[in-house]
Design a protein around this ligand. Structure first.
Ligand code: NAD
Length: 364
């Protein structure tokens, strides 16, 4: 098969880690008979340097005409970069919001998986970690409190700030469908997280999620209040498979879930639209402090490419091959500096990508 991928290398370590993800995709193409056509798109600081804005209409159009988007990261050193001496809507990160909106990406998926070999980096106690955990947080990305009406004004002589949390049933249904679709490919359990004991929006959320669940009899649904979920993530993370939740709860819970894996350079993410189209990127930022040194960990970006194969192209076998190669590279003790441990061999960004490609060849 042939696939068109818009590639946004971005800023900082972006170009280095994206280069390695493309190397792995090309190896998959060679081994499994696919061709990936890449079109480079500027976004973030590098787009500001050339066009004066973080994302041009043409760049967005190129992304729209592709089958999916692979993104490194955007942004510079916030305290010390000319990109930040401008209005917030002209800064590098504004490109992210614009592209998510322009592409209609409403479903954000962030897996939190504990690799046995990296268990020492997990801040949880051994008896809690047990055999590890493997969950995805499915967060609604374009509704709720972050997008509702807001204002600050004096009311009866007192300064008052108002933020509005709005969800309609269509917005809830489409994200719930995504969560159940993904659960069907995994351990077939959805935990829907809300605050239905207090919020109207959560009560509607619960009702619509239950309606959607009827179409997925093979998937088990349960509900959890968000405060309890925050506790359960650090008390018994193994109980979670797919966690379905609204925008702000998901923002907080997905950061909590990624922290308990203990390794920021390992965490991929995907943002999907109503169809198969998605934008795939590591969960970390552009790490300007280590850019250009060939020491960044490319694995989060390589695993994001694996998510692209699974969720946008339905290439489950190829995605699993990448994930297995990553596990193998870790079990062989090959590590970038951020996940280095005693007795392991330290490699740079390029060598890590090459090692994963070699394992793909050996495993085929
Ligand atoms: P960051 O994630 O870039 O870096 C945090 C720390 O983790 C740094 O010490 C960095 O060296 C390290 N790190 C991150 N990724 C790594 C990797 N792959 N391998 C090894 N070490 C890694 O977060 P930050 O420093 O808060 O932000 C830096 C810039 O990135 C800012 O401009 C911020 O706005 C931007 N940012 C962009 C995105 C995105 O593009 N989606 C997301 C978050 C932050």
């Amino acid at each position: 098969m042939e696939y068109k991928i818009a590639v946004i290398s971005g800023d900082g370590i972006g170009p280095e880690i994206v280069r390695e993800a493309k190397k792995v995709l090309d190896k998959i193409g060679e081994l499994y008979g696919h061709t990936f056509h890449y079109t480079e798109v500027l976004m973030g600081g590098c787009s500001i340097d050339v066009h004066g804005v973080p994302l041009t209409e043409e760049a967005l159009q190129t992304a729209k005409e592709s089958d999916s988007v692979l993104l490194g990261a955007v942004g510079g050193n916030v305290g010390n970069s000319r990109w930040y001496d401008v209005a917030p809507n002209l800064r590098p990160e504004a490109g992210l919001l614009a592209i998510r909106k322009g592409l209609g990406l409403f479903a954000n998926i962030r897996p939190a998986y504990l690799y046995k070999e990296l268990a020492a980096a997990c801040p949880l106690k051994e008896e809690i970690i047990g055999d590890g955990f493997d969950m995805v947080i499915m967060r609604e990305l374009t509704g709720g409190l972050y997008f509702g009406e807001r204002y600050t004004k004096e009311i009866d002589g007192v300064m008052t700030a108002v933020d509005t949390l709005t969800y309609n049933e269509k917005e809830i249904r489409r994200i719930a469908v995504k969560a159940f679709d993904i659960a069907r490919k995994r351990k077939k359990r959805v935990i829907s997280v809300d605050k239905a004991n207090v919020l109207d929006s959560s009560r509607l959320w619960r009702k619509v999620v239950e309606e959607v669940a009827k179409n997925y009899p093979e998937v088990e649904l349960s509900h959890m209040l968000v405060d309890n979920c925050a506790m359960q993530l650090v008390m018994n993370p193994a109980q979670f498979d797919v966690v379905l939740t609204e925008n702000m709860f998901g923002d907080i819970l997905s950061d909590e879930a990624s922290m308990i894996t203990g390794s920021i350079g390992m965490l991929p993410s995907a943002s999907l639209n109503e169809g198969k189209f998605g934008l795939y990127e590591p969960s970390h930022g552009s790490a300007p402090d280590i850019a250009g040194k060939d020491i960044a960990n490319p694995i989060a970006t390589i695993l994001s490419a694996a998510m692209m194969l699974r969720y946008s192209f339905d290439l489950d076998e190829e995605a699993a091959a990448i994930e297995k190669a990553v596990e193998k590279v870790l079990s062989m003790g090959i590590r970038t500096v951020d996940i280095m441990a005693e007795g392991c061999r330290q490699v740079g960004t390029t060598e890590m990508g090459t090692a994963i490609c070699e394992i793909l060849v050996q495993n085929k």
